[in-house]
Write a protein that binds this ligand. Structure first.
Ligand code: NAD
Ligand SMILES: O=C(O)C(=O)C[C@@H](O)[C@H](O)[C@H](O)COP(=O)(O)O
Ligand code: ZN
Length: 362
């Protein structure tokens, strides 16, 4: 795909509209998004993208901005209060004001951190997301959820702070390790199960090809997934209701991530979480066998995990209590009433939860 797809987000419920661009060689769009009011630009990027971060900084300096690059650790190690404080220090030392702009480059961990730093610096400055993983393109960089982890749980500190624009340059995916590429497919498959089953058909038509950026459907899978997210967050930015469906598979997924001290990739944990949610939906009498079984086959076909340690159930149950969908002591899960029919299951019987985990635990 050489042309650029533009997906509009927001513009309702008081939020500023912005666009997600999907294509190649999109960085020329950055200057226009940053605009003329900004004097300084901070490029926040992970270690793995040191060259990209520096090239961007140099390019922005050539365009006349006072550009700084802030390098942060790779992956979840970036989503900590300490790393956020390091970024605040760099912004303070460069004299970053309210008209200046942050550019968050990298995977979802980097864009979550960059967005959080933008949300908190001077109570909010503009930021632009340049996602470089499948997962960040289809999910993390879109929709304005920003945040960091704490020892007590995943994304427990954060803010809704949408970017001013999102540039998904598909060329970035060529350098992504295959495990990280496949991890992103978990969120793509999530979009398929909750809203757009054509995504599932495209992946099932050649699961091996879906594992690489050279696959025939890469651009379509990314665009379709972004459209699912765009529609949801445009009508419910702050998760008053509908947006909870994007949390499909995340209740258990986040509990696993915390249990693994954030060493598992998010997509891998969400994959196990979706398997669990499918079994929970089936056992709760909501989900038909064919759709529940389809979770196992498609996740396994692209190489995502289905199982986690059975003996960890008590800890996972404890971790799930701080899930943001919980209300008081009530656990709440997103399950399916059928294909593309997500709904909330409140306070399931503990025996049903354990039975569902019995299918997942090994
Ligand atoms: N805000 C949201 O709505 C939202 C949605 C989904 C996920 N997330 C968050 O996103 C994070 C996961 O994101 P992820 O899967 O992108 O992982 P990640 O950000 O941890 O990136 C994975 C690894 O790939 C490296 N990397 C990134 N781009 C690369 C490239 N083009 N080439 C080579 N290496 C590259 C990173 O440095 C990192 O080491 C989690 O923290 C999750 O909670 C947030
Ligand atoms: O955008 C959303 O809303 C989501 O739930 C998307 C998820 O894929 C994402 O992992 C999100 O960060 C989870 O949010 P949280 O509120 O459960 O921390
Ligand atoms: Zn997610």
């Amino acid at each position: 795909m050489n042309d650029v797809t533009r997906i509009r987000i927001g513009g309702t419920a008081g939020s500023e509209p912005y666009e997600v661009l999907v294509g190649r060689q999109l960085l020329g769009e950055l200057g226009g998004l940053i605009g003329t009011r900004a004097k300084r630009v901070a490029v926040i990027h992970p270690e793995a993208l040191a060259e990209t971060g520096d090239a961007l900084r140099a390019d922005l300096a050539e365009q006349g901005y006072e550009a700084i690059a802030i390098q942060v650790p790779n992956a979840e190690e970036a989503k900590t209060a300490e790393v956020a404080a390091y970024c605040w220090k760099a912004l303070g030392q460069s004299g970053f004001t309210r008209t200046d702009v942050i550019v968050g480059v990298g995977g979802g961990a980097s864009t979550d951190l960059a967005g959080f730093v933008a949300a908190t610096w001077l109570r909010g400055v503009r930021w632009i997301a340049v996602p470089t993983t499948v997962l960040a393109m289809v999910d993390a960089a879109v929709g304005g959820k920003t945040g960091i982890n704490t020892a007590e749980g995943k994304n427990l500190v954060g803010s809704f702070h949408p970017p001013a624009g999102v540039l998904c340059d598909l060329a970035a995916l060529d350098s992504l390790p295959v495990n990280d590429y496949v991890s992103g497919l978990a969120e793509v498959i999530k979009a398929g199960f909750i809203a757009d089953p054509v995504i599932l058909d495209l992946i099932e038509s050649d699961p091996q090809a879906a594992r690489t950026p050279a696959g025939p459907h890469t651009a379509e899978l990314i665009v379709r997934s972004i459209k699912v997210k765009a529609e949801v967050v445009s009508s419910d930015l702050k998760e008053a209701g509908l947006r909870e469906i994007l949390n499909y598979g995340h209740t258990l997924g986040h509990a696993i991530e915390k249990n693994e001290r954030y060493k598992w990739r998010h997509g891998a944990a969400v994959s196990v979480g979706m398997h669990f949610a499918a079994e929970l939906g089936r056992l709760a009498g909501r989900l038909d066998d064919a759709t529940a079984d389809r979770h196992r086959t498609i996740l396994e076909a692209v190489g995502l995990p289905l199982h986690y340690r059975y003996d960890q159930w008590p800890k996972l149950l404890e971790n799930m209590k701080v899930d943001k969908k919980s209300r008081g002591d009530l656990l709440r899960f997103i399950v399916l009433d059928g294909l593309a029919k997500p709904t909330v299951l409140e306070g399931p019987d503990p025996a049903v939860l354990l039975a569902a985990y019995g299918e997942v635990g090994e």
